[in-house]
Design a protein around this ligand. Structure first.
Ligand SMILES: [Zn+2]
Ligand SMILES: [Zn+2]
Length: 187
């Protein structure tokens, strides 16, 4: 395998497909990519990203349909502890030579680099506000205690300051205004 292919794990040779419109080929690739990060989470540089796809030769290029998978890590937006999960993104993209960059991906001769497709799929699916679990109780906005570990003595539901704020913002004065509103309002 040439050096070019080793450095580009998602580069595939598609000369056979291009010369035979209507044919298809299944591929399974995996590699490491850098720069897969959004504000709340990332696929670590040393974590593998995989692509399982069907390449189909269509008259003006190659149609790629498949699934991108990776493991992401981040910090929980409620309790700030480590959070992680799996990305599984369905892709269906057309790769053509001299195509519209907004709607298609580039194809250069007999070589097709699927890295931009894998990259974009990960970026679009990475969680901006990850949670360690859907049930995470978060940190107490009053004392900062991790409410997943133990209940603290604070009672936000009866805190008059926040009850007033809830009325002003049209919220439910009976319930707790909650940490989310407080955090968002403090921005
Ligand atoms: Zn959490
Ligand atoms: Zn507290």
């Amino acid at each position: 395998m040439s050096r070019r292919f080793e450095e580009h794990p998602f580069l595939v040779e598609v000369g056979d497909l291009r010369r035979n419109p209507g044919t298809r080929r299944r591929i399974q690739l995996a590699g490491r990519l850098s720069g897969l990060a959004v504000s709340g989470s990332a696929v670590p540089d040393d974590a593998p990203v995989s692509l399982e796809a069907l390449l189909e030769s269509v008259h003006d290029g190659i149609l790629v349909s498949g699934t991108v998978r990776a493991r992401w890590r981040g910090s929980c937006r409620r309790c700030l502890k480590d959070a992680e999960g799996d990305l599984e993104v369905a892709v269906r993209e057309l790769c053509v030579e001299h195509g519209d960059e907004e709607t298609t991906y580039a194809l250069t001769g007999d070589q097709l680099d699927l890295e931009p497709i894998v990259h974009d799929a990960c970026i679009l699916d990475l969680p901006l506000a990850p949670l360690c679990s859907q049930e995470c109780l978060g940190l107490c906005p009053e004392c900062g205690a991790d409410r997943n570990l133990e209940p603290c003595a604070c009672a936000p539901a009866t805190d008059q300051r926040w009850a007033g704020l809830a009325l002003l913002t049209g919220g439910d004065a009976e319930g707790s205004p909650g940490e989310l509103r407080r955090k968002d309002g403090g921005r």
